[in-house]
Design a protein around this ligand. Structure first.
Ligand SMILES: NC(=O)c1ccc[n+]([C@@H]2O[C@H](COP(=O)([O-])OP(=O)(O)OC[C@H]3O[C@@H](n4cnc5c(N)ncnc54)[C@H](OP(=O)(O)O)[C@@H]3O)[C@@H](O)[C@H]2O)c1
Length: 289
């Protein structure tokens, strides 16, 4: 069993840190809004600290799940950040969805003090975090990954090393590009079927078992038809992720015409007040134009 720290107790981090503690590891948490850290310690029996630097004292593994690149820099390399307190030989696993560039930057800075940095964004959403069945996409050094993987298993169903530092974030970008185009196609199909007067419950039931089937259709098809978006992965987060994808594509030369268009559709959803709606809310633009 390992001594761990967890920084960032949001929708994802809170249950992920809980799974580490429940697996028998000794976990100290830090959260900017300290009431959440106190609540977490009361619920799971671990301890909490007032700064990232204090939370990581003596930790062999430090996990982090905050919002974006700037948030990550602030809790890792900022004043009282995690790297101030981490010892040589310890491992920093970052579960934030961030850019590949910030992953490489933090990998280099951490290496200078003998700390291994693994970019390890996740997929599976709030339910995946709560049920401890996330998919974890890792980039970094093989030896550090081999040590961290059994610990990550506490909240993961699948955990893979995809390559050198940044590869985890690049894989998450591939994941988000797949989702963007797919959700727009699904929105158009669900809206078309509704306008054609079909019973969409029956339609989804039959076609989800064929070539058009997808996780999105099975889990979101009916709620899209019903106009329910008050759950799931927020449009604001998706726009952050697509921004990262489009930036990276600007560097590697990949064309992302559909992704760029869908990003603009999400901007329109934000304009309708849908910042915290689920990503399936693209259909709102078609059903309520
Ligand atoms: N939600 C999902 O379904 C999902 C799925 C896959 C990946 N992700 C990714 O996972 C990450 C976290 O998502 P989430 O849904 O857990 O977000 P969230 O609920 O908004 O939580 C964000 C966490 O980061 C902390 N934080 C943000 N900025 C900070 C800063 N500058 N300094 C210190 N702490 C800071 C917040 O602290 P406070 O409590 O003080 O605000 C909170 O603990 C994001 O990168 C997201 O894209 C989310």
């Amino acid at each position: 069993m390992a001594k761990c720290a967890f920084i960032g107790l949001g929708v994802m981090g809170y249950p992920m840190a809980g799974h580490l503690q429940k697996a028998g590891h000794s976990v100290t948490v830090y959260n900017r809004t300290s009431s959440k850290a106190e609540k977490w310690a009361g619920e799971f029996g671990g301890s909490f600290a007032e700064t990232p630097a204090k939370a990581v004292e003596g930790a062999e593994f430090v996990f982090c799940c905050v919002g974006n690149d700037d948030d990550l820099r602030s809790v890792i390399t900022g004043p009282d950040g995690a790297l101030e307190g981490m010892a040589s030989g310890s491992i920093l696993v970052d579960n934030t969805t961030a850019s590949a560039n910030v992953a490489r930057e933090l990998y280099e800075i951490a290496a200078k003090q003998g700390v291994s940095f693994i970019d390890a964004p996740v997929s599976g959403g709030q339910a995946g975090a709560e049920n401890g069945v996330l998919t974890v996409m890792c980039g970094g050094d093989h030896d550090a990954f081999e040590k961290a993987a059994p610990i990550i298993d506490a909240f993961a169903r699948s955990c893979k090393l995809l390559g050198e530092s940044g590869s985890g974030q690049l894989t998450k970008m591939v994941n988000q590009i797949c989702i963007a185009g797919l959700v727009q196609g699904l929105s158009e199909a669900m809206n078309f079927g509704t306008k054609a007067g079909l019973d969409m419950t029956k339609v989804i039931d039959v076609i989800s078992k064929g070539a058009a089937g997808s996780w999105q259709m099975e889990n979101r098809g009916q709620t899209m038809v019903d106009g329910k978006f008050d759950f799931g992965f927020a449009v604001d987060w998706m726009r952050k992720d697509l921004g990262i994808c489009l930036d990276e594509a600007g560097r590697n030369g990949a064309r992302l015409p559909v992704t760029a268009l869908v990003d603009q559709f999400y901007a329109q959803v934000q304009g309708r007040g849908g910042n915290r709606w689920d990503t399936s809310s693209l259909i709102h633009l078609l059903a309520n134009d």
